[in-house]
Design a protein around this ligand. Structure first.
Ligand SMILES: [Zn+2]
Length: 106
């Protein structure tokens, strides 16, 4: 005899913050992107924690996006600063490493 009252469906969809990749221009959750940071003193580094303050540019952990961003200078434009080869090398290394590890569990 007891009828369970129907609860209204609750819309608890968590909004995932998305950022645009400088390579492919697509929007992706921050977590799946690498953040390149320009610190207030002008130093460029890869921000693995995503918590440092400064201006950030995001890129997919994909070699194709990296190549595109490097070739077009999108990273440079996005951060409004010259990017040294060392940073590009570090990025490339990191992206390749990510691609290798991520392709294992498909
Ligand atoms: Zn991309």
């Amino acid at each position: 005899m007891a009828t369970t009252p129907k609860k209204p469906a609750q819309n608890h969809v968590k909004k995932v913050p998305e950022r645009h990749c400088v390579g492919c221009q697509g929007a992706f959750p921050k977590k799946s992107l690498l953040r390149v940071l320009r610190a207030p003193d002008g130093t460029i580094s890869i921000d693995y924690t995503s918590k440092k303050s400064g201006r950030g540019a995001y890129i997919c952990k994909k070699e194709a996006c990296f190549k595109k961003a490097r070739k077009s200078g999108a990273l440079k434009r996005s951060l409004d600063c010259e990017i040294s080869d060392e940073i590009y090398d570090e990025l490339e290394h990191e992206i390749k490493y990510c691609e290798e590890t991520e392709s294992e569990d498909d």
